[in-house]
Design a protein around this ligand. Structure first.
Ligand code: PLP
Length: 387
């Protein structure tokens, strides 16, 4: 059914041109941006550029390192920061572990307040710090989110760091980073934000968000592949970190090959580890650059319209959206309860719809390349499968 023609929202960019650059749209309706974005021509061309460089030059470290730095700069631009405030990692798990290894849990402040909306890997990293003196306090979710009051009750003057995802992977629920930062900073604690489930689907400005660390990988809304992640660090904070999880690329002069000296690189670069993910950097940069070229405001407006349309169609078909139901409180990711998410994902795939299961739920996550018609097809197929 959808919107009457006069009310039909339209994207503020050339959607047909975007769609022509994503081959899988010819045969499928990808609705799994919360899990793995589809392959795009820019991503493929970037991967091929690396393969060509490797095949023809044999080895081109200067160019490859420049590509890694270009990807770093692209992420920095995406979150409104400076390249020197961004570290390159291989996963969010590794980025978080590196940060945690630079914190001291043996003083007056030793508690880590972890939101119940974290992806498990982030909680696991914090829990692993308990052997170094940390005490993890988990703030439970209620009705699909974590209340500000719950943070206020959990954060004290013993809290060293608060860990709060920008959006919850299970249902797309967006947390108010600014408000959580206020709670954390009022007590003198730091705020770590895993932005993986939201970055690329809407604008996000790290320096003005209140967060002290903002981490993300690239294979979801950022249109990239596994094997690379980035973390933005508040500029004045980075130089105070001396992470025990380190490597030669975290040095001021990695190519001095001085095994006897731990010279810390300036800024967030000190969180870099070993030989960086080069092929992944090529692809990550291409995905992020494409999004920035289209404009995150325009992307966010369109994903918002798709998310709202999805919620409306689901309600018309009597499907039950997991809390929060209000699309304004979520990314475009929309979760539906079902007995066996995996079986539903398989049944949808047989109908040409790519969804993403998470235990007893299935998620539909449209992105900027989807149409309102894609959303209708996906929701109608889901209603058929669940019936
Ligand atoms: C919010 C969030 N954080 C972290 C991860 C995993 O991070 P990584 O595999 O890069 O460690 C995921 C999913 O893969 C996620 O959805």
């Amino acid at each position: 059914m959808g919107y009457p023609p006069a009310m039909n929202p339209t994207p503020d960019f050339d959607l047909d041109a975007v769609r022509r650059r994503i081959p899988i749209l010819a045969t499928h309706v990808p609705m799994n941006a919360c899990s793995q974005a589809p392959q795009s021509e820019p991503a493929r061309e970037a991967a091929e550029a690396y393969l060509t460089s490797w095949a023809t030059a044999g080895m081109d470290w200067d160019r490859w390192m420049a590509e890694v730095d270009a990807a770093r700069a692209e992420f920095a631009a995406l979150v409104g920061g400076a390249p020197g405030d961004v570290a390159v990692a291989t996963s969010v798990s590794q980025a978080t572990a590196s940060i945690a290894s630079g914190l001291d849990f043996t003083g007056r402040r030793f508690r880590v307040v972890v939101s119940g909306a974290e992806f498990p890997t982030v909680s696991h990293v914090w829990l692993a710090q308990e052997r170094f003196g940390a005490e993890v306090v988990t703030v439970p979710t209620r009705n699909g989110t974590v209340t500000l009051q719950a943070y206020e009750e959990a954060v004290t003057d013993r809290t060293l760091v608060v860990s709060a995802a920008l959006a919850w992977y299970q249902n797309g629920a967006v947390q108010d980073v600014g408000a959580i930062a206020e709670v954390a900073h009022r007590q003198g604690a730091l705020l770590y934000v895993d932005a993986y489930q939201a970055l690329g689907s809407r604008p996000f400005d790290a320096p003005s968000s209140g967060a002290d660390f903002v981490a993300s990988g690239n294979l979801k809304f950022l249109m990239g592949i596994p094997g690379i992640a980035f973390v933005w660090v508040r500029p004045d904070l980075a130089s105070k970190l001396h992470p025990a999880v380190t490597g030669w690329f975290g040095r001021r002069e990695p190519f001095a090959f001085d095994a006897g000296r731990l010279d810390w690189a300036d800024g967030a670069r000190r969180l870099d580890l070993g030989t960086p993910p080069i092929l992944e950097a090529y692809v990550a940069r291409a995905g992020m650059a494409w999004l920035r070229e289209i404009g995150l405001d325009a992307v966010g407006a369109w994903t918002g319209a798709l998310g709202a349309h999805l919620a409306e169609r689901a309600a018309e078909l009597g499907l039950e959206i997991l809390e929060p139901v209000d699309p304004a409180r979520r990314t475009p990711t929309t979760a539906f309860a079902c007995a066996d998410g995996h079986a539903v994902e398989e049944a949808l795939r047989r109908r040409g719809i790519i969804a993403s299961a998470r235990g007893p739920a299935v998620r539909l996550a449209p992105h900027f390349y989807n149409t309102l018609d894609d959303v209708d097809r996906a929701v109608e197929a889901l209603a058929e499968v669940l019936a």
